[in-house]
Design a protein around this ligand. Structure first.
Ligand SMILES: CC(C)(COP(=O)(O)OP(=O)(O)OC[C@H]1O[C@@H](n2cnc3c(N)ncnc32)[C@H](O)[C@@H]1OP(=O)(O)O)[C@@H](O)C(=O)NCCC(=O)NCCS
Length: 159
């Protein structure tokens, strides 16, 4: 059992661009995204620079023993915050995902105490993520035509 304090979160910055590029192009991450296409470096740089400037976007890197092991994003769109995440290939299978996401939810709640709900969207065949999110308290909301399961977390509970 990993103690939560073991993991930490830091804000992503420009220096993390290449790391995030590599993680985003990892096969599992691409397979679990709506677009499976390989991301091109120019597109990534454009996207990342604009995300860093976007006040409605939080990008955090999860750190363990001084090493980056995962990524958390909260992005506001259409008035709702959507969570997405990954554990880097080298660190998968160590039960880091749940404590990382829980840590991120707690941090997000302290940044945005008035936000009522956190959304997550995962592909219907991403059973692992559906299981992880449900165990953290996310509730099934709907499935859309494009094959996404929509889940919802009530952020104001346990306050
Ligand atoms: C989803 C993801 C974050 C999970 O991280 P992980 O390091 O692989 O998984 P963990 O080691 O934290 O395990 C979490 C749970 O899944 C189970 N699990 C992990 N790998 C598994 C596998 N291959 N098969 C079945 N169960 C598995 C673990 O046993 C654990 O369950 P438990 O708490 O009931 O024991 C990771 O696979 C990933 O980065 N995927 C690509 C990105 C993605 O899909 N993001 C979600 C959409 S936003």
């Amino acid at each position: 059992m990993i103690h939560r304090n073991f993991l930490d979160l830091k804000n992503a910055n420009k220096k993390d661009s290449k790391l995030l590029f590599d993680w985003s192009n990892d096969k599992l991450a691409r397979n679990n995204s709506l677009s499976n296409k390989k991301i091109l470096i120019n597109d990534h740089n454009k996207w990342f620079n604009s995300e860093l400037l976007n006040k409605n976007s939080y990008i955090w890197i999860c750190i363990i023993n001084n090493n980056p092991c995962g990524l958390i994003r909260f992005k506001k769109k259409n008035n709702r915050y959507t969570l997405s995440y990954l554990i880097s290939p080298a660190y998968r299978g160590n039960n880091y995902s749940k404590p990382m996401i829980q840590l991120a939810i707690n941090k997000f709640k302290s940044h945005k105490p008035r936000v009522k709900n956190i959304y997550a969207q995962v592909l219907t065949n991403n059973n692992l993520s559906i299981k992880i999110l449900k165990s953290l308290g996310f509730k099934f909301k709907s499935i859309s035509k494009n094959g996404l399961v929509h889940l919802l977390y009530f952020a104001l509970k346990n306050k």
